[in-house]
Design a protein around this ligand. Structure first.
Ligand SMILES: C[S@@+](CC[C@H](N)C(=O)[O-])C[C@H]1O[C@@H](n2cnc3c(N)ncnc32)[C@H](O)[C@@H]1O
Length: 194
């Protein structure tokens, strides 16, 4: 079980001159018992919406796309730039109340699947850092990725997990809108930690 391969896209190279001065989200999470983490937030709409809905929580995010990180720094939302799989390794156990991974890149070609951010490796970390009764919300419009995520969660948690009939608190994101325009079905998996 190895860490997903971190793909630094051409977008990162294009925006390499953007200066980022965010503080560590590990520090921010240590200051509160109610932390929400948005992993791979893209342009940050979901993180900002969660920040509005859960004003009594610390909402923070991790992203590899510099303009998104810059935008949330300007909103004073704690964010970290870089490989989420590596960054979440640094979190303490039983720390986070809610974790969202919304529409992660599906990497459709079989030879690129090792880049998928959601894997058994990341799920085991997510399960470790979630608080008891906390939850992890995965959403995708890619059927292959959605069923792979379901199998990963079921195998690692030794539980049956069904696709959710509701979207929970998941905000609308840019990639959800793109998926709906293509008439794709949206799959939601909500895993509660016992
Ligand atoms: C398809 S976009 C979805 C963005 C947003 N969640 C949405 O639904 O609109 C996936 C995002 O995950 C980010 N990402 C991919 N791999 C990552 C990694 N290893 N660490 C941090 N972010 C990552 C990409 O930069 C991209 O912005």
């Amino acid at each position: 079980m190895s860490r997903p391969v971190y793909y630094k896209s051409f977008r990162s190279r294009k925006f390499r001159n953007i200066h980022l001065t965010s503080s560590s989200i590990v520090d921010a999470t240590n200051k509160s018992d109610d932390v929400i983490l948005d992993i791979g937030f893209g342009t940050g709409e979901s993180t900002m919406t969660l920040n509005e809905i859960f004003s009594d929580h610390v909402v923070c995010g991790i992203e590899a796309y510099k303009p998104g990180v810059k935008k949330l720094i300007a909103e004073k939302i704690p964010v970290e730039y870089g490989d989420a799989a590596e960054i979440i390794e640094k979190f303490d156990d039983n720390k986070i109340s809610q974790i969202y991974m919304l529409f992660p890149d599906p990497w459709q070609k079989v030879k690129h699947r090792k880049r998928r951010l959601f894997s058994e490796y990341t799920f085991r970390i997510i399960d470790r850092i979630l608080k008891r009764d906390g939850f992890f919300h995965f959403a995708s419009d890619n059927i292959n990725y959605a069923f792979q995520a379901k199998r990963i969660i079921e195998k690692a948690s030794c539980r049956d997990v069904e696709f959710s009939k509701h979207r929970g608190f998941r905000p609308v994101t840019r990639y959800e809108v793109k998926g709906i325009r293509k008439r794709n079905f949206i799959f939601d998996l909500i895993y509660f930690k016992n």
